[in-house]
Design a protein around this ligand. Structure first.
Ligand code: MTE
Ligand code: MO
Length: 367
């Protein structure tokens, strides 16, 4: 394989103090768009408003020629076409996905990568066939520990040329709610979300939801590929092994109230009574509490929670604000979950900007 010039894939680094977002980061942000926060009003995010994260290029896969290979530490390797997968029993789960890098651009110093603010989230109705029965049909052999999922997309990251591949512990892969998904919001999976087939691991951050799936390999040794061993880890210094990123930490977001200023997106609101509303979710258990602050997190008031529509989907919340005095306010919202996790007001820092869940801040001018 030809050596790729080092300048193509510079080492991971954090921005220097005061270093602005670069054209490289802007290019990533323009390709990988977030969900406009006003779309928090939808129970299920319309497909075109769902966030996107694509490491390399969107591959074009001919659905007729496409095959899924299940191999590795199994007794009967399988090759399936799309018709065979679509003919299998299927279920639909409403699941909120969030990128593990959400919030990264707010860290100081800023890890240089896709510069998300708060918006790398979306909820869809995902339809597909459970993975576990397929793995059992392939005959998992004794000693299996991990399952590797490979996409058809190819690229280079930090000098490592690869097809996007993620490993998942076997016990997680055998969860009955882990699906091979071919349908999103009742429509065939679109190209940007992994057509014709993607993996869905409810409650885990986005990196586990492998798109453009072409190969599932059962492994008898822990998966040591780039996306698990290097990329999606919570590290504190350059050669820190760190901890793997897994489930989604709790987060609440509000639909920014009032109307925005075009450039700053600061909000303008008339004095009076306003309904502040949004959604909250956690991969560690149901959201049990949402609180709102209008003074930047100094004092908090309890919001009303809507029903929990699915174990894996965000939950609506609302709070009535009596905005009596004109002036500037710093609106914040935070969620707590059944496991006892609460969103931090000050985000603990990590080198790759993974699994941040600091409270959202929305500056509002009441006039
Ligand atoms: N094959 C492949 N799968 C992938 C990715 C990718 O780049 N290639 N990106 C992952 C990441 S980091 C995220 S956050 C989610 C995003 O899913 P979405 O674009 O459907 O919202 O897909 C995951 N699956
Ligand atoms: Mo992601």
């Amino acid at each position: 394989m030809a050596t790729v010039d080092e300048s193509v894939s510079p080492p991971a680094r954090v921005a220097d103090p005061g270093e602005d977002i670069s054209l490289d980061e802007l290019r990533l942000a323009a390709r990988n768009h977030g969900m406009p926060l006003e779309a928090l009003r939808y129970d299920v995010t319309p497909v075109g408003l769902h966030y996107l994260l694509i490491h390399y290029d969107i591959p074009h896969l001919d659905p007729q020629a496409w095959r899924l290979r299940i191999d590795g530490h199994v007794r009967h390797p399988l090759t399936l076409d799309l018709a065979a997968i679509r003919a299998r029993p299927y279920v639909t789960h409403r699941v909120t996905l969030e990128c593990a890098g959400n919030g990264r651009a707010r860290l100081a110093p800023r890890p240089i990568s896709q510069p998300w603010l708060d918006e790398a989230v979306g909820t869809a109705e995902w339809t597909g066939t459970p993975l576990a029965p397929l793995l059992r049909e392939a005959g998992i052999r004794d000693g299996a520990v991990d399952v590797a999922f490979t996409g058809a997309d190819h690229g280079i990251e930090r000098g490592i040329e690869q097809d996007y591949t993620r490993g998942l512990p076997l016990a997680e892969a055998l969860r009955e709610d882990v699906l091979l998904v071919h349908t999103m919001n009742g429509q065939p999976l679109p190209p940007q979300h992994g057509a014709p087939l993607r993996l869905l691991v409810p409650s885990w951050y986005g990196m586990a939801q492998v798109k453009w799936l072409v190969r599932i390999s059962v492994l008898d040794t822990p998966f040591a590929g780039y996306q698990n061993a290097t990329a999606y880890r919570i590290k504190h210094w350059p050669d820190d092994d760190g901890e793997p990123v897994t489930r989604i930490r709790p987060r609440a977001l509000m639909q920014p109230p009032g109307f925005p200023d075009f450039q700053t997106r600061g909000r303008i609101l008339d004095r009076g009574v306003h309904e502040v509303a949004g959604r909250a979710w956690s991969g560690w258990g149901p959201v049990t509490r949402v609180e709102v602050s209008v003074d930047g997190g100094a004092t908090w008031a309890e919001a009303d929670l809507g029903p929990q529509p699915s174990r894996y989907a965000w939950r609506a919340w609302r709070w009535t604000w009596h905005a009596r005095e004109p002036g500037r306010y710093d609106l914040c919202v935070r969620a707590s979950d059944a496991a006892g996790n609460v969103q931090p007001v000050e985000q603990p820092w990590n080198r790759q900007g993974m699994a941040s869940n600091q409270v959202q801040r929305v500056p509002v001018l009441v006039r």
